[in-house]
Design a binder for this molecule. Structure first.
Ligand code: OOG
Ligand code: NI
Length: 459
């Protein structure tokens, strides 16, 4: 029996091979990331691996896909469920920042620490909000939903194998190999002709709507390796003449610890596609839908830390609006120096970030102090940062821009469809986990172990 984590690791690896074949610039991005990671490990020594072993980081990827209907999302959830990946978090990108995208999203990923350490593969998964009248008129919505109802993204053999793997927590060979082959194929770019006028009609609303509802398949639209120094990566890619999006999304470069998530991407490349013209003839055209992204992960923030992060983002926006010509990275670094403790200890003391605790093998003798803070201060217990495993809505909206050229259209006289987390969970028939609860659970488990080992009744 091949356990789910091995299936997941193979899935990530085989998707990466497939995507590298289809989008060669992605392979360059992976190579540059690996070079940067090697250099950072040489430069910073063991400290470079504080947020994950270099083995985990080298294998680490996230991908993104987009689907059109709740039924399709339910099927995707069965496939990812087979790999031990569960829906976590809710992202409403219809209103995120200044750049609305007609989707709501979740991320499928492992949810416990052991599984994450084995392989943390995650997929950001978006559902087109066809029922949102700000984006789609009743007429367009009806035609779009009919089109979507008539396509099949995942065949019965793939779904049957997925259900079996999820139920049995793995698959034997040769079924495992067959399942992986079908799963990877389901996310390749389809070679079927694209109906040019239908695609263009949706593209006028949003390039994301066209990418989802204008074709008869789904596909990985980017894969993201993890890098230990994203500023250096950005420089090296730019030096090679590769067009990156304008900014690194998320927290700025600053003197304090890495927190949450910083991301950047290269712009989607024009790819030749077969097109069906209005008169039924077949021609060619080009579409920009697939890109490459890279990310640096930091410490997970508590709700208080996250509220602080959102407030700092707002403060940076306000200052930039007040000083035309200001450089975001500089303004942000300045705001951050004042707004957030610059050390792990500071983040821990103000309960702004999550840490996992363990008894220090070289602890002092005698009676241990009775609080976690004292235990750490006096060397009884170590505090290791818990890595942020999720996404950020505003950054995601920025990353979506990697394959959007126009702003699209929106009817601002309409109010949006009421799609919240509960709606999305019901649509796919699965619970959506709350990221904060998962981090808090990991922290609590580590504290309980420390308390038991040191014989302290309550910590
Ligand atoms: C998803 C964009 C969001 C991220 O890393 O924030 C994302 C998409 O383009 O479909 O992947
Ligand atoms: Ni991404």
């Amino acid at each position: 029996m091949i356990p789910q984590w091995r299936l997941r690791a193979r899935f990530a690896r085989e998707l990466s091979t497939m995507y590298g074949r289809e989008v060669p610039l992605y392979t360059t991005l992976v190579q540059v990331s690996e070079d940067v990671n090697r250099d950072v490990v040489d430069r910073d020594g063991p400290g470079a691996q504080r947020l994950g072993s270099i083995d985990r980081i080298t294998a680490e990827r996230h991908g993104a896909i987009r689907v059109g209907t709740p039924a399709e999302l339910g099927q995707v959830a069965r496939i990812f469920g087979a790999f031990g990946m569960h829906p976590v978090g809710f992202y409403d990108l219809r209103d995120a920042g200044g750049s609305p995208v007609p989707v709501i999203s979740t991320a499928f990923r492992p949810i416990d620490a052991g599984e994450l350490a084995r392989n943390p593969f995650r997929v950001f998964t978006s559902l087109l909000a066809t029922a949102d009248p700000r984006f789609f008129t009743a007429d367009l919505r009806a035609r779009l939903e009919t089109f979507l109802a008539g396509r099949q993204l995942f065949g019965p053999e793939l779904l049957a194998l997925a259900d079996r793997a999820e139920r049995d927590h793995g698959l034997p060979e040769p079924e495992a190999g067959r399942f992986l082959e079908l799963a990877v194929r389901a996310f390749e770019l389809s070679t079927e002709p694209v109906d040019r006028s239908w695609y263009a009609e949706l593209e006028a609303v949003s390039a994301v709507a066209a990418d989802i509802g204008g074709v008869r398949g789904t596909h990985i639209n980017h894969l993201t390796p993890r890098v230990l120094d994203i500023d250096e990566l950005y420089r090296r890619m730019t030096d090679r003449g590769i067009a990156m999006i304008d900014e690194i999304q998320g927290p700025p470069r600053w003197h304090g610890p890495d927190v949450l998530l910083r991301q950047t991407s290269f712009r989607a490349l024009a790819e030749t596609r077969t097109m069906r013209e209005a008169d039924g003839t077949i021609g060619t055209g080009s579409l920009r839908v697939r890109f490459g992204e890279v990310e640096a992960r930091g410490i997970a923030l508590t709700p208080a830390g996250r509220a602080r992060y959102d407030a700092l983002l707002g403060e940076v926006d306000r200052r930039l609006a007040a000083t035309p010509g200001g450089v975001r990275a500089e303004v942000a670094a300045e705001v951050w120096e004042k707004g957030l403790p610059g050390t792990e200890a500071g983040l821990r003391e103000e309960d702004l970030a999550y840490f996992a605790y363990a008894v220090n093998p070289g602890r002092p003798d005698g009676t241990p102090p009775g609080t976690l803070a004292e235990l750490v201060d006096r060397g009884w217990v170590t505090a290791t940062p818990i890595v942020y495993e999720d996404f950020l809505p505003r950054s995601a909206a920025g990353i979506f821009q990697s394959n959007l050229s126009g702003a699209g259209s929106r009817d601002t006289t309409q109010t949006g469809a009421d799609h919240d987390q509960a709606w999305l969970a019901a649509a796919m028939g699965r619970e959506i986990h709350d990221p904060f609860e998962l981090y808090a659970r990991e922290r609590a488990a580590s504290v309980a172990t420390v308390a038991a080992e040191l014989g302290i009744p309550e910590l």
